[in-house]
Each structure stands twice: as C-alpha cells, then as structure tokens.
Design a protein around this ligand. Structure first.
Ligand code: FES
Length: 199
C-alpha cells in the first residue's frame, strides 16, 4: 500500500487556513488537502479538525464516507478501470493487467514517483463503450493495448504480477477472467444526495 511522505504541517495549516472556524466547509477543506497530497494523511485530519473546530471523529467520518476521498495517496493521476458487467464481459480483467503491467504496480497501488494510481470501479456510466477506463476526467472507451501504451508515455507494458493476462494482445471481447469488485465511484455521495464528483 502506498504511504504519504514528507508531510509538511505548515503547508497543511496554510492550506486549511481559509476555512478556520468554518465547520460547514469541511468537505471543501478535505478536497483541497486531497488535491495537494493526492489523499488525506492522518496529520491532515488533525489539522482540519483543529482549524475548523470540529471533533476529529466527525472529520474522520466524512473522510471515509465519500468514495471520492481517500486516506491513502492515489497518485497525481488516477486511473479508474471499470469492472462492471459490460466491461467485465469485454475484457476488463485484461485491461487491469495491461495497465498495471505498464505502470509496474498492482491494482490499488501508486507508482513510486507518485504519478499514477490505479483503482477499479463498478461502472463508469459508459457501458456502450466497454471496456472503459478513465484517466483523471478523461474517458477512454473500447480500450485496446495501443490506447494504454499512449496513456503512459514511454512506460512499456509488462505482464503484471497476478494479472493473469498476456500484455501482447488487444483486450478480447468475451474475456471473462475478471473477478469484479472495486468501490463505487460516487455511491456514498449519492446516499447523502450530494455530488462528490468534483473532488
Ligand atoms: S459496466 Fe463499464 S461503464 Fe458501465
């Protein structure tokens, strides 16, 4: 699992300072912190709690409630690979293997340089384009190996450990090797009727 490094408390305090004494800005403060650190270090939760005047338990609850927020670093660029039914049936497991092979990491991890993180999700809402992935806000549909090669510059695709798929062939419609899984993109946000997609 990826870890945060070199957390500067002064940077954190400066980041949260505009929200001092404004508990109603909790979600915005957490989004701002995540925007800088690509996740929410525990130190940040303490700073947010103190600056906004909220119990740490409340800050922690919100930080873990929204799937758009993360307590671990996600990478400066987040790759979300859909493992929903349509994508599963059209080779999503192979896409996961090829992306992870290209980046040299496992699903859920972040590249050592902090540039890319890889997550799986249940549906990206573009099933007609399956298999689908997103890099930050950009959709890539009907993913093929050349698309993946183009996404990560000169990083070469290598077979990913445990991916179960060759990286030398395009994603094959009908490949059913995936096991599914991954946390929903905005499930918990919807439960409160709020939109967390901008985080
Ligand atoms: S199942 Fe993949 S976008 Fe819907």
């Amino acid at each position: 699992m990826a870890h945060f490094e070199d957390i500067d408390l002064l940077d954190l305090q400066a980041l949260v300072a505009p929200y001092r004494g404004r508990p109603e800005m909790l979600l915005q403060a957490l989004q701002d912190v995540q925007g800088v650190f690509t996740g929410l270090p525990m130190a940040a939760l303490h700073v947010v709690s103190r600056e906004l005047g909220l119990p740490l338990s409340r800050v922690f609850h919100v930080a873990t409630f929204y799937s758009a927020l993360s307590l671990v670093p996600r990478g400066r660029h987040l790759v979300k690979i859909c493992m929903g039914t349509a994508c599963h049936l059209r080779g999503a497991s192979k896409v996961v293997g090829d992306v992870c092979g290209s980046l040299g990491i496992r699903q859920g991890d972040v590249t050592p340089d902090g540039e890319y993180g890889v997550e799986t999700v249940n549906c990206l809402g573009a099933c007609a384009l399956a298999p689908v992935l997103m890099v930050d806000e950009r959709y890539v549909g009907k993913v093929r190996i050349k698309d993946i090669e183009g996404l990560f510059g000169d990083r070469k695709i290598q077979p990913a450990a445990g991916s179960g798929g060759s990286a030398s062939e395009p994603a094959i419609p009908g490949d059913t090797g995936a096991t599914g899984g991954g946390k929903p993109l905005v499930d918990s946000a919807n439960r409160e009727g709020k939109d967390a997609s901008n985080s």
